[in-house]
Design a protein around this ligand. Structure first.
Ligand code: PGA
Length: 251
């Protein structure tokens, strides 16, 4: 019922030429992939060139962040409508690296998410606990605060433009994936929280992605879980064959 989303977060990697080469390699490997929304998120400087390269493909384009104002004296920022202008359909918001290194808070995540939705983008809103928080038994409380803060004030209808990514910080780039059951437990919790905040039909429809060391050899087990609707992939999205193998998890 929910179309799975497989999204590649390229982070701060790849020149324009390298990005174009990756997309050239990826397109034929996923051209036959049906029933999966495939998304790639290059650095800002590569977006519009990659958008041109993706125009005839089944791969959609995301930015890795945005600002919440449409325009103005905000040196260095990029507005959601400019991401649309560059060819993006999606934007990642509140990635743990932005929370950790760039002062992102649930409040800024909320402003960015609202602005992205207003501009017609789909927001991939990231949440997840640190290792210390997990060990303190605070996983559900942390995720609840991040979701209720990050999605505050949204209507149930606008939730159609939101994809949630659960990314335990301790699993990002570490090679330590959450086990299928650890991930499923948090995904089920998030879905019940969305039901409480936005109603059952919004909760049934919202895609909840898992992120954190997703690889071709663990994607199937994750995707078999009832509440895991896709993956946000970092390291393994930087090579066409591994990302395609993940996107083709159902083959
Ligand atoms: P990883 O990154 O797949 O390299 O762990 C995931 C992410 O940060 O989105």
């Amino acid at each position: 019922m929910r179309t799975p989303v497989i999204a590649g977060n390229w982070k701060l990697f790849k020149t324009i030429a390298e990005a174009m080469a990756l997309v050239d390699g990826l397109k034929p490997l996923v051209a036959g992939t049906k029933g999966v929304e495939i998304v790639v998120a290059p650095v800002f400087t590569a977006l519009s060139r990659v958008a041109e390269a993706l125009a005839d493909s089944n791969i959609r384009l995301a930015a890795q962040d945005c600002y919440w104002e449409e325009e103005g004296a905000f040196t260095g920022e990029v507005a959601p409508k400019l991401l649309k202008d560059a060819g993006c359909s999606h934007v990642i918001i509140g990635h743990s690296e932005r929370r950790q290194y760039f002062g992102e808070t649930d409040e800024t995540v909320n402003k960015k998410t609202r602005a992205a939705i207003a501009a017609g983008l789909t927001a991939i809103v990231c949440v997840g606990e640190t290792l210390a928080e997990r060990e303190a038994g605070a996983t559900f409380a942390v995720v609840e605060t991040q979701i209720s803060g990050g999605l505050a004030g949204l209507s149930a209808a606008s939730l159609e433009q939101v994809v949630i990514a659960y990314e335990p910080v301790w699993a990002i780039g570490t090679g330590k994936t959450a086990s299928d059951t650890q991930a499923q437990e948090v995904h089920a919790f998030i879905r019940s929280l969305v039901a409480k905040l936005f109603g059952n039909s919004a909760a049934d429809a919202v895609r909840i992605l898992y992120g954190g060391s997703v690889k071709p050899d663990n994607v199937k087990g994750l995707m078999a879980q009832a509440d895991i609707d896709g993956a946000l992939v970092g390291g393994a999205s930087l090579k066409a064959d591994s990302f395609a193998a993940i996107a083709n998890f159902g083959a």
